[in-house]
Design a binder for this molecule. Structure first.
Ligand code: SF4
Ligand code: SF4
Length: 366
C-alpha cells in the first residue's frame, strides 16, 4: 500500500495510462512508464520529476474531466513532484520549509538585508555607507568577509544538495540503469534544451488552449541568466585571487559584461514566467505549492533587478544601501535554494539521467 494520497493517485493514473498508451510520443514520462508493470514510490517520484507539466497529455486525453476516470496527469505529477522534495530533503526537520516557502524566503531575505545594513555600519566606516566610493564595494564590506560569508552558505547548499539527491537517486534505483557518458550527455542536452517542454512537438498548453513556446523561452532566459550571473561571480573570483585584479571592474570587462547579460536574463525570464503563472489554469497545477513557485521566481527577478541597479548607480552615494539590498537578496536566495523551487532542476536532471540510462539499456523494470 502506497503511503500517501499523492502516490496512490499517481499509481491509479499510471495504471490507466499504461493500458491506454495514447500519449507515448508526448514526453519521457510515458515511455518510462511503459517500462514498468507496477509502480512503487520510487518509480512514481521518478516519473513525477520527469514531467515538465506542459499540459499536452491533459489536452489530448479522452479520460480527462468530466470523464469519470478523472485523468489529470499534470496536476497529479505536480503534487507528487512538490511532495517528493520534502521526502528527500536534508536535514529532514527542515522539510516543512517547502510548504511555507513564501514566509521562509521573505523572512530570510528581510533579515539578510537588515543584517548587511547593520553589519556595514558596525564593522566599517559608517560614513562610507552613504558616500560615493567610486564603485568600490569593499569600502563598505571587506572582500574576504564577503567571500567567507557566501562561501560558507554555498558549501552548506552543496552539502544539502548532495545528501538529498543521493537519497533520490537511491530511491529511484538510479544505479540499476546508470546512464554512462553518452546517456549523461543526452540528459545534459535534454535539460539545456528543455526537450520535454515541447509537448511532443505541439508546445506547452498549460497557460491556455493555444499551444505556446512562451514558457520554454522565458525559462531559457531565467536559466541562462542565472548561469551568466554565476559565471560573472566565478570570473571575478579568479581575477581577484589568481591575477590580483581587484574590483571595481570596467564596464567592458568580462565580469561586468557577464553580470549585465545575466541580470537582463534574470529580469526578462522571471517577469515572463510570473505573468504565465498568473494565466495558468489552476486545474493543471498544484495550487498548494503556488507560494513556493512564485517566491523563487520573484527572488530571481529581484536579485537581477537590484544587481543591474547597483551596477548603474555604483559610482553614486546610493551604492552602500543598494549593495546591502542586493547582497541581502542574494543571501536570501542562497539560503532558500535547498528548500525551494530551485531543487526542481536538480531532481529533474537526475530523472533525465535515469531515463537516458533506461533507454540505453532498453531494460524492462518489473
Ligand atoms: S493521459 Fe489519457 S490519453 Fe494519455 S495515455 Fe493517459 S489515459 Fe491515455
Ligand atoms: S511532460 Fe507534459 S505530456 Fe508529459 S506527463 Fe507532463 S504534462 Fe503530460
Amino acid at each position: 500500500m502506497l503511503a500517501t494520497e499523492n502516490l496512490r493517485e499517481a499509481d491509479r493514473l499510471m495504471t490507466i495510462c499504461n493500458a491506454c498508451r495514447y500519449c507515448e510520443g508526448l514526453c519521457a514520462v510515458f515511455p518510462a512508464m511503459e517500462m514498468r508493470r507496477t509502480f512503487g514510490a520510487g518509480d512514481l517520484n521518478y516519473l513525477a520529476n520527469l514531467c515538465h507539466q506542459c499540459g499536452a497529455c491533459y489536452t489530448d486525453c479522452q479520460y480527462s474531466p468530466p470523464h469519470e476516470f478523472n485523468v489529470n496527469i499534470p496536476a497529479a505529477m505536480a503534487k507528487l513532484r512538490n511532495a517528493s522534495y520534502s521526502v528527500y530533503v536534508w536535514p529532514k526537520f527542515l522539510s516543512g520549509l517547502f510548504a511555507r516557502n513564501g514566509v521562509f524566503v521573505t523572512l530570510a531575505t528581510a533579515l539578510s538585508v537588515a543584517g548587511f545594513i547593520v553589519g556595514f555600519v558596525a564593522w566599517s566606516d559608517p560614513a562610507a555607507l552613504f558616500a560615493a566610493n567610486a564603485g568600490d564595494f569593499y569600502k563598505v564590506m571587506p572582500h574576504n568577509a564577503m567571500a567567507l560569508l557566501f562561501g560558507i552558505v554555498a558549501l552548506y547548499c552543496v552539502l544539502a544538495f548532495v545528501v538529498s539527491l543521493a537519497a533520490f537517486w537511491r530511491d529511484i534505483g538510479g544505479a540499476r540503469s546508470a546512464p554512462g557518458i553518452a546517456g549523461f550527455g543526452r540528459a545534459v542536452s535534454d535539460a539545456l534544451h528543455l526537450t520535454y517542454l515541447h509537448g511532443g512537438g505541439g508546445e506547452c498548453t498549460s497557460e491556455g488552449k493555444q499551444p505556446s513556446s512562451a514558457r520554454r523561452i522565458f525559462h531559457h532566459f531565467t536559466f541562462y541568466g542565472f548561469l551568466f550571473a554565476f559565471a560573472a561571480t566565478c570570473v571575478a573570483t579568479v581575477y581577484h585571487y589568481v591575477f590580483g585584479w581587484h574590483a571595481p571592474y570596467a564596464p567592458l570587462s568580462l565580469p561586468v559584461m557577464l553580470g549585465v547579460i545575466g541580470g537582463i536574463g534574470l529580469v526578462i525570464g522571471p517577469l515572463g514566467l510570473l505573468t504565465l503563472q498568473g494565466k495558468r489554469d489552476p486545474i493543471l497545477t498544484d495550487t498548494a505549492h503556488r507560494g513556493m513557485n512564485v517566491a523563487f521566481v520573484l527572488m530571481l527577478l529581484l536579485t537581477g533587478l537590484t544587481g543591474l541597479l547597483l551596477l548603474a548607480l555604483r559610482d553614486t552615494p546610493a551604492m552602500g544601501m543598494l549593495l546591502a539590498v542586493h547582497l541581502g537578496f542574494v543571501l536570501g536566495l542562497f539560503l532558500s535554494l535547498p528548500y525551494g523551487k530551485f531543487v526542481h532542476g536538480l531532481y529533474r536532471f537526475l530523472a533525465l539521467a535515469k531515463y537516458a540510462g533506461e533507454r540505453r539499456s532498453g531494460q524492462f523494470i518489473d
